[in-house]
Design a protein around this ligand. Structure first.
Ligand SMILES: [Mg+2]
Length: 338
């Protein structure tokens, strides 16, 4: 009984962490100095999207973005199919794409858009992801980790499947596998930050051996670079600027994923600091934050979240049943670990 409760707490923590990071960092600007100036330092609370932001203008405070919407869509398909299937993932992403009016939306990433247009024209979901190299596979992968507590190899195998319809290049799979493996490791009771990072690096290396051979820097080595920066003896803000300048936070998987691990290490998994640092890094800050906080949330469990954060996320995103989805994922995780 205790075990079930602990598992549910970690699954809901991971899902809520994803939503929290995403929504908290959504109002960031493109560059660290601009975000810093706009908010007079660290973000202290949820804010609406900036009016001049190409994708987030008009979003209200606490609102999640494509990262969490797609993660939940994937999670729902896992619950429907009782596991991760190529067809289930393709169906989930196309359903999401149609719901957000993908053809006309500035909100859809380049790999997902290309794949969804091909899928809707009837293409084979095993072929539509062969040019997908951006961070969309990694930004939505948290449920893959959450259904595989402690089972890092299965998390990596499921990641390959989950990336196939939209992000089936070695670099995109490498980044997504690093994240899923980190979450699977974080859910082992008593796991340390070193355990999580070791799993991430293992996932990055294993993940790179799948999918189309493509152009992309080493996720594994860039995680090391990000952690080196995170542990420098300079001010927090200086480390954030160094992370932005040297590791990066564009849509490239080899930037966003390593930066997310930098934020995770810099905050030592403290959810609020993790979200604040990730917002400050700017650029694709919501994706950096969604990834970093999903790992932190799975590690710390739902009890680590302030009650008002959960209330805000639930009221700002009323169409999403975070607890129901977490229950469905917990059931799969439980059956797999039995
Ligand atoms: Mg986003």
């Amino acid at each position: 009984m205790t075990q079930t409760t602990d598992l549910y707490s970690m699954v809901l923590g991971g899902l809520m962490g994803q939503a929290f990071g995403d929504a908290f960092a959504m109002p960031a600007a493109m560059r660290p100095e601009d975000t810093w100036k706009r908010y007079n330092g660290w973000l202290e609370t949820f804010h609406p999207g900036l009016d001049d932001h190409p994708a987030h203008h008009g979003l209200h405070a606490g609102r999640i973005t494509d990262d969490t919407e797609q993660a939940i869509a994937l999670a729902e398909s896992f619950i429907e199919d009782q596991g991760v299937t190529v067809d289930g993932v393709a169906r989930a992403i196309v359903r999401w794409y149609e719901r957000v009016g993908g053809d006309e939306s500035s909100y859809v990433g380049p790999s997902t858009r290309r794949a969804c247009q091909a899928l809707r024209a009837g293409a084979d979901p095993r072929k539509t992801g062969i040019h997908g190299d951006t961070d969309g596979g990694a930004m939505r992968v948290s449920p893959v980790g959450l259904i595989n507590p402690g089972n890092i190899d299965r998390a990596i195998a499921d990641t390959v499947t989950a990336c196939m319809p939209t992000h089936f290049t070695d670099v995109a799979i490498s980044g997504a596998a690093a994240v899923a493996a980190a979450i699977a490791a974080a859910m082992v009771p008593g796991s340390s930050m070193d355990d999580i990072i070791a799993a991430a690096k293992y996932g990055a290396v294993e993940g790179r051996s799948h999918g189309e051979v493509w152009l992309g820097a080493s996720i594994n080595r860039r995680i090391d670079l990000a952690i080196d920066i995170a542990r420098r003896d300079t001010s927090e803000y200086e480390r954030i600027v160094d992370m932005f300048d040297l590791v990066g936070s564009t849509l490239m998987t080899s930037e966003t994923v390593p930066s997310a691990f930098g934020m995770l290490v810099m905050s030592d998994g403290d959810l609020m600091r993790c979200a604040q640092y990730s917002a400050a890094i700017s650029g694709d800050a919501d994706t950096v934050a969604a990834i970093a906080c999903a790992i932190a949330g799975a590690w710390k469990g739902i009890q680590a979240f302030p009650a008002d954060v959960i209330r805000t996320l639930e009221s700002a995103n009323p169409e999403y049943d975070f607890r129901g989805v977490a229950q469905g994922l917990t059931k799969i995780a439980q059956e797999r670990s039995a």
